[in-house]
Design a protein around this ligand. Structure first.
Ligand SMILES: C[S@@+](CC[C@H](N)C(=O)[O-])C[C@H]1O[C@@H](n2cnc3c(N)ncnc32)[C@H](O)[C@@H]1O
Length: 241
């Protein structure tokens, strides 16, 4: 019998995709953002097949060697848009089920005239399961929902199943960048990564890595005087995932 929390079984991996927790909607969107959702999102949304795995460059009409970076839970999209502006030769995939965040990113894409972002307005696990092995150079999971209660720990994005997913899609030596201002989530993520055979830590500190780009939640934490913790992991060259 299928568990109540399982929404679908991935057709390729046979992995369960558990229900997505968290908000999908906030305040009603103003007219401008509503228009962007109606007109721009359909042109930028990833059309996933989900019965086959594809090279991510196909979503961009980019050459097979073009680097692709992926952000899980981009929130209002500030980090994703700033990275896309700074790195015009990189193709960016952003995943975020919260529609108000998606609308904010669309606004930034218009304002900054960005052409190198594609959006999946749903669960990032569905994107990860649809990409070819070793196809992503960098993956960002920044200020993920902390789910502080012990009984909700399996809702946290970083855990054994999603680390398997991330290891499979990251290129050898690919970067997994994590950050949080929530000490118990930081401890949980560090333990999860330490117990996974495929990753090696290259940065773990209260100071961000050199090429760090701020996020909205990081700024909120700074303003409230809560220190953030920044972690970089590399997928091992000889990982077997
Ligand atoms: C606390 S917010 C942080 C937003 C942003 N990264 C920042 O630092 O400002 C975490 C975000 O992750 C998103 N999220 C949670 N689970 C997700 C999943 N499975 N796939 C994609 N996004 C997810 C939530 O909707 C939420 O917007």
């Amino acid at each position: 019998m299928k568990s109540k929390s399982v929404e679908k079984i991935d057709s390729i991996t046979n992995h369960p995709i558990k229900r997505l927790f968290g908000r999908r909607k906030g305040r009603p969107l103003r007219t401008g953002k509503r228009m962007l959702m109606e007109t721009r999102l359909p042109t930028l949304r990833l059309a996933l097949d989900e019965t086959t795995r594809v090279p991510p460059q196909t979503f961009f009409d980019a050459p097979p060697a073009a680097p692709v970076w992926l952000e899980v839970g981009f929130g209002g999209g500030e980090h994703l848009a700033a990275q896309a502006k700074k790195n015009p030769a990189v193709c960016f995939i952003g995943c975020e089920p919260f529609i108000n965040g998606v609308a904010s990113l669309l606004n930034l894409i218009e304002e900054k005239k960005l052409t190198n972002i594609r959006i999946f307005d749903d669960d990032a696990r569905r994107v990860l399961d649809s990409l070819e092995d070793a196809s992503i150079e960098r993956c960002f999971v920044l200020f993920a929902d902390p789910w502080p209660k012990k009984r909700h720990a399996d809702r946290r994005f970083i855990g054994p199943e999603n680390l398997d997913r991330l290891s499979r899609v990251l290129k050898p030596n690919g970067l997994l960048r994590l950050a949080s201002d929530h000490p118990s989530l930081v401890a949980w993520m560090r333990e999860s990564l330490a117990s996974h055979p495929d990753f090696v830590c290259t940065h773990a500190a209260q100071t961000p890595p050199d090429d760090w780009v701020p996020t909205r939640y990081q700024k909120k934490a700074d303003a409230a005087g809560r220190p953030s913790f920044f972690m970089d992991y590399r997928r091992k060259e000889d990982a077997t995932a």
